[in-house]
Design a protein around this ligand. Structure first.
Ligand SMILES: [Zn+2]
Length: 648
């Protein structure tokens, strides 16, 4: 393909008109958010560009200079352009007496509370480099204070990953610094990152657009913030867990009322109210956009009903005593009236989404029909902070449906459809061949029927991925869909889809990044679950294997059983007549999972002791698949799941 065919194109006349129309339907004259995003500004870096020790840029706002003008280019939805400009605000901000936030140093905010002895750090961003830079910025303006406590508001990486940039683990183990987290924090951190890790990391490229070029025809924002930082991700396990629905603790002289909000934006999450400071921290349950009941990177569907309920309880219990409400993304809402309006609208947004979806579901509407029909109530549609810059009503409605009754729409024609390649071939054949499909699609493209053109071209590409014309037209359709999308995540997904149709998949054998801290935090059960999802069922056909595992430093034993192509295990058991008994320390296991050591090497160096037949241990590891990050998304898979090289 010529270089020109690979480049992003301009907005079509129809896209321009659609984007222009947005200007007349939304209250762009209401610029209070811009004032609020600047309010309390203390200072920032002259240029926000943060590097790691090796000199690699892990965070930069320099690439976003194109957002300087208020007027959106025709290739960006003006509503999203507005949000993208708001998310560009950066620096240290005073929220209220004793409460500060570092914003624009990552996708998330780091909140800092000045305690009696030092600083309470809430959510130290994604990576150590940006967390350190944020604390340096604070110190430059407010003086250096020791960190006396860390609080993780919830179990997503952008709220804990930078912790080693904020505190030294020695201070935590010595009890000088406490780390607080909501109930089930560690289980949720580790399970999300490990079992489905590779698929989620790859799909997250489509959600955040981190691998897209920045610019008016590329990535402009990620809804909650600009994008995710790319430094060193760490984790220090919490030392204090909030377990009750409400708990009040005084931390470094600051009274904090914790409100647990499980199964909301994250499975483990909590709000905080600071009574003496009259400030309410809503973690990530009330931000300046409609959030995700299901993020398109993939996750278990969240509970929209619980989400609304916990916001309602927060409003009832704390709302009247709060002079300011803020979250771990975006900017605060100040003043009692504004706090009540903000929280009430956010509550009703999630409740409306939940109730109307379930109502239509019970009337027999299918997910796609509900998604098409649902619109914001008129009373909310002009409220900036409920608009879908991150989630959308459309995919959120499908997710509410999914949470209750799953992926199946009950039409048996959809119960067992052909898989994408076979289906694509049949569609193309029925429609009279690829040329005719493309000719019809060109007519539809000219009429702005981008959604169906994208679908039809996807069938042609799955039938024949070498059809350059179909790839190109499919890319063009996805691109225009991206240009009109109000949601940053939809825009990113469409534009990355277009890019991969035009250029193909980047050739790399990279694996999904895994944080060593997260591996160390894995339970032994989860380790054996992880082995299970790597077992290649086809290769395991007819194999029978029983291994005893002894973790000598932990005093734990496991039996691992391979039978019927399934790996199962029992904790605290030992099998008589096992094929072998494997004895090792936990640290050796971590090294193997992190690929610092192969099993064969570990056996050879005596770091894993095997009684019985060592070949049977190696045999198990030969049956495990390896996952590479860059699998095909917008075109057929080129190769079937490949087994790992021996001994990995
Ligand atoms: Zn977040």
């Amino acid at each position: 393909m010529a270089a020109d065919a690979e480049s992003p194109k301009d907005a079509s006349a129809i896209t321009r008109a659609l984007n222009r129309a947005v200007l007349d339907t939304l209250p762009f004259a209401d610029t209070r958010d811009f004032d609020d995003a600047r309010r309390g500004f203390v200072g920032s870096l002259p240029e926000v560009e943060i590097k790691n020790d090796a000199g690699r840029v892990v965070w930069t706002l320099r690439d976003y200079a194109f957002l300087a003008g208020a007027e959106a280019p025709p290739t960006v939805n003006p509503s999203l352009w507005r949000q993208a400009r708001l998310n560009l605000s950066h620096g240290l901000f005073q929220v209220t007496d004793r409460i500060y936030q570092v914003r624009g140093f990552d996708i998330s905010n780091m909140t800092l509370i000045e305690g009696d002895r030092g600083l309470i750090v809430i959510d130290p961003l994604i990576s150590t480099e940006v967390a350190r830079a944020g604390l340096d910025l604070y110190a430059q303006h407010r003086g250096r204070r020791p960190v006396t406590a860390v609080i993780y508001s919830h179990s997503h990486t952008d709220h804990y990953g930078g912790v080693r940039g904020a505190v030294d683990e020695g201070d935590v183990s010595a009890g000088r610094v406490e780390i607080w987290a909501p109930d089930r924090f560690m289980q949720e951190v580790v399970s999300e990152a490990v079992l489905a890790g590779t698929a989620m990391v790859r799909r997250a490229q489509f959600q955040f657009g981190a691998t897209l070029p920045r610019g008016p025809r590329g990535q402009v924002d990620a809804g909650l913030g600009k994008v995710t930082s790319r430094g060193t991700v760490t984790l220090i396990p919490p030392t204090r867990i909030v377990r009750e629905p409400f708990e009040t603790h005084t931390i470094d002289g600051i009274e904090i009322v914790f409100q647990l909000t499980p199964e909301t934006e994250a499975p483990a999450e909590m709000h905080m109210f600071y009574p003496a400071l009259r400030a309410l921290n809503l973690a990530e349950n009330a931000t300046h956009n409609l959030h995700n009941i299901y993020p398109i990177r993939g996750a278990q569907a969240r509970d929209a009903n619980a989400w609304a309920k916990y916001l309602n309880v927060a409003l009832d219990r704390f709302g009247r005593d709060a002079d300011v409400a803020f979250a771990q993304h975006h900017w605060p809402a100040w003043g009692r009236a504004r706090v009540l309006e903000f929280l009430g609208a956010q509550r009703d947004l999630y409740k409306y989404l939940h109730d109307q979806t379930v109502r239509l579901m019970n009337h027999g509407y299918k997910p796609a029909e509900i998604a098409e029909r649902l619109a914001l109530p008129k009373s909310l549609a002009g409220t900036w902070h409920v608009r879908g810059y991150y989630g959308t009503l459309s995919h959120n409605a499908k997710s509410v449906y999914q949470r209750y009754i799953g992926w199946y729409d009950a039409n048996p024609a959809n119960l067992n459809p052909l898989p994408p390649v076979e289906r694509g071939r049949k569609y193309v054949d029925y429609m009279g061949g690829a040329e005719r499909v493309i000719a019809r699609a060109r007519e539809d493209f000219a009429r702005g029927e981008y959604r169906f053109v994208a679908e039809a071209m996807s069938h042609v590409v799955f039938a024949d991925p070498t059809n350059a014309e179909a790839r190109g037209l499919g890319a063009d359709a996805l691109e225009q869909l991206g240009y009109v999308a109000e949601s940053s995540t939809w825009r990113n997904a469409y534009l990355l889809g277009a890019l991969e149709l035009r250029r193909g998949l980047p050739a790399t054998a990279a694996r999904a990044p895994v944080s060593p801290d997260v591996v160390r935090a894995m339970s032994l059960d989860l380790f054996f679950d992880y082995l299970g999802v790597r077992l290649n069922g086809e290769k395991a056909e007819g194999r029978r294997l029983v291994l005893n595992w002894v973790f000598s430093d932990l005093g734990r034993r496991y039996v691992l059983n391979l039978e019927n192509c399934a790996l199962t295990y029992l904790a605290d058991r030992e099998a008589d007549g096992a094929d072998a008994t494997v004895t090792l320390d936990r640290a050796v296991l971590d090294s193997i999972v992190l690929r610092e050591l192969t099993v064969a090497d570990a056996v050879q160096r005596g770091r894993v002791r095997v009684e019985g037949d060592p070949a049977r241990v190696v045999e198990l590891f030969e049956l495990l698949d390896d996952f590479t990050l860059m699998f095909e998304v917008v075109e057929p898979k080129r190769s079937s799941a490949a087994p790992a090289p021996p001994g990995s």
